[in-house]
Design a protein around this ligand. Structure first.
Ligand code: DGL
Length: 271
């Protein structure tokens, strides 16, 4: 199976986008949302690292050969250490991929001339400076302006009921980035992809918005194509399993809306 992990329901939007790709939809997927302990964005780096490692161990225990850490906060605060130390030692044949590097590559492929870029993300992602580092590795002269949006995740987790408060909040969070005259904006939190339409509406048309549900499926397809030794190990019965550490009302409702049917979500414990 391919494991998809997120702190909450944001990753469901990534999975939904993956399943829209005919080739990718043939594989088996195991989704895990750590709804009980979200939001990760305001947690300490140590806590996010431990939660992420627990989730990865769990997904490996369930037989996942490849895991996508769809959560940017987890990717920013845990991935490098997990890939370089833990994975090499305990599961050298399996893979854990994050969302930061593929996003950075996509932005620079689509907008190679970009000079002023905005990043909208959680506190954890912003403080890690991961996006800044990754962009500068490829394009030294790029100016990256980061903005935290701490109230967005809880509002998005509320589903449609949260929407009336959304626009005002978005304007407040995006104002500092507009003052910096950004040319493009990266939605560097899986949750934000759920409100990309509203974000695009409050921004001037000239600003291109990069949303990870439009990036990760494409990058996953390329990865599987380039790594037949991993691809070969993934089942293709079209199975989907949904797991969460807390089955919140928002999660159930969003899953149903996304997949147009009642989704069975199983409750699990991570520690
Ligand atoms: N979905 C997570 C991300 O991509 C953040 C949500 C949270 O704060 O738990 O960063």
């Amino acid at each position: 199976m391919i494991g998809i992990f997120d702190s909450g329901l944001g990753g469901l939007n990534i999975l939904r986008a993956i399943l829209k790709n005919k080739k990718l939809s043939a594989y088996n997927y195991l989704y895990l949302g750590d709804n009980l302990r979200m939001p990760y964005g305001s947690r300490s780096p140590e806590a996010v690292f431990n939660f992420t490692l627990e989730a990865i161990k769990y997904l490996f225990g369930r037989g996942c050969q490849l895991i996508i850490v769809a959560c940017n906060t987890s990717s920013a605060l845990s991935l490098r250490k997990i890939q370089q130390k833990w994975l090499k030692k305990f599961f050298p044949q399996r893979r854990v991929l994050g969302v930061i590097r593929p996003t950075v590559e996509e932005v620079l492929e689509k907008k190679p001339e970009i000079s002023r870029l905005g990043i909208l993300a959680t506190k954890g992602t912003v403080n890690s400076l991961s996006y800044l580092r990754e962009f500068k590795k490829i394009k030294k002269e790029i100016k990256v302006y980061q903005q935290i949006a701490p109230l967005l995740v809880p509002i998005i987790e509320e589903g449609k009921e949260g929407l009336p408060c959304l626009k005002g909040l978005l304007k407040k969070y995006l104002q500092p980035l507009l003052r910096k005259k950004i040319e493009s904006l990266v939605l560097a939190c899986t949750h934000y992809s759920l409100v990309k339409k509203e974000i695009r509406e409050v921004l001037p048309k000239r600003i291109k918005v990069f949303s990870q549900d439009e990036i990760i499926p494409k990058k996953l397809a390329i990865y599987l194509n380039n790594h037949p030794e991993i691809e070969r190990k993934i089942g293709r019965q079209g199975k989907r399993i949904f797991l969460a550490t807390d089955i919140s009302f928002g999660l159930k409702k969003t899953a149903k809306d996304f997949f147009k049917e009642e989704i069975e979500i199983k409750l699990i414990k991570l520690q």
